[in-house]
Design a protein around this ligand. Structure first.
Ligand SMILES: Nc1ncnc2c1ncn2[C@@H]1O[C@H](COP(=O)(O)OP(=O)(O)OP(=O)(O)O)[C@@H](O)[C@H]1O
Length: 251
């Protein structure tokens, strides 16, 4: 693997994402007004913000998918993106969706291996319409992983899943990123998901990253712990959600 990672000029650390002064306007609306974001190798960043604040817009800029943006973005060559909908090609079996665009005689083996990693090797030959929502999303994750990315961009990939499947998928994503040392930026509306998965949560507001919270808790994380609750409340407050204060018990 060739190292194409930029370096943080102040600390000298390698960076997977180095975005400076990102601006994006649609007509006369300035959605991103000067975003600075750096992500280290292996770091998991959750991107939060109100609906319409520009999270998807920023993710598209990071993925090099938005030629209309201004500023400087440096990301590695191998970036994979997973969206809220799995976006599988209905006329290709699961493994062919994963292998789509791969070159080389080992494409099929690589696709099968990626499906195995997400626990779906046994469904490799199924058509997308015969998969459940969670299975289809895992195929999409395998398709993202098979390219052996240095950076994974996740745009609410779990939003449409039921609560139980969502928890399982969170665990799977956490395991995959940890095992592969993969850096990730996850757009989510779910504060618990952010605190469960991320090393850092950033909050987009008024076109800038208004808040940046390190989440330095041991894994796996316990949502019922006080430390988890403190981070959850902090993020909710920044997102403008009133957090009820617990009454002191009267003696
Ligand atoms: N191609 C476009 N043309 C015009 N306006 C756009 C375009 N893409 C996004 N916008 C506007 O930019 C704003 C930010 O959109 P974006 O999808 O990035 O928000 P978001 O934070 O991801 O929202 P949500 O959480 O609801 O998915 C919205 O007001 C949207 O209408």
């Amino acid at each position: 693997m060739t190292s194409t990672l930029p370096t943080d000029t102040t600390s000298g650390h390698a960076l997977v994402v180095d975005a400076r002064d990102i601006r994006r306007r649609f007509g006369d609306r300035e959605i991103l007004r000067g975003i600075h974001l750096t992500v280290r190798p292996g770091e998991f960043v959750a991107l939060l913000g109100a609906s319409g604040s520009g999270k998807t817009t920023l993710l598209r800029v990071l993925g090099g998918l938005d030629p209309g943006a201004e500023g400087r973005v440096r990301v590695p060559r191998r970036v994979s993106v997973a969206f809220q909908e799995p976006r599988l090609l209905p006329w290709r079996r699961a493994w062919r969706n994963v292998a789509f665009g791969l070159v080389g005689r080992d494409a099929r083996d690589r696709a099968t291996e990626a499906l195995r990693e997400v626990g779906l090797a046994h469904l490799a030959h199924q058509w997308p319409k015969t998969l459940s929502g969670g299975e289809a999303q895992r195929v999409a994750l395998a398709r993202a992983l098979v390219r052996d990315p240095d950076l994974l961009l996740l745009d609410e990939p779990l939003a449409s899943l039921d609560a139980l499947t969502r928890l399982r998928m969170q665990r799977l994503i956490a395991d995959l990123c940890a095992r592969r040392g993969l850096a990730a930026v996850l757009v989510t509306h779910d504060v618990d998901e952010a605190v469960t998965l991320a090393d850092r949560a950033v909050v987009l507001r008024d076109g800038v990253l208004a808040h940046d919270l390190p989440i330095d808790l041991d894994r796996p994380r316990d949502p019922s712990s006080a430390a988890f609750g403190t981070r959850r409340d902090q993020l909710l407050t920044w997102l403008g959600v009133e957090v009820p204060t617990t009454e002191e018990p009267t003696p």
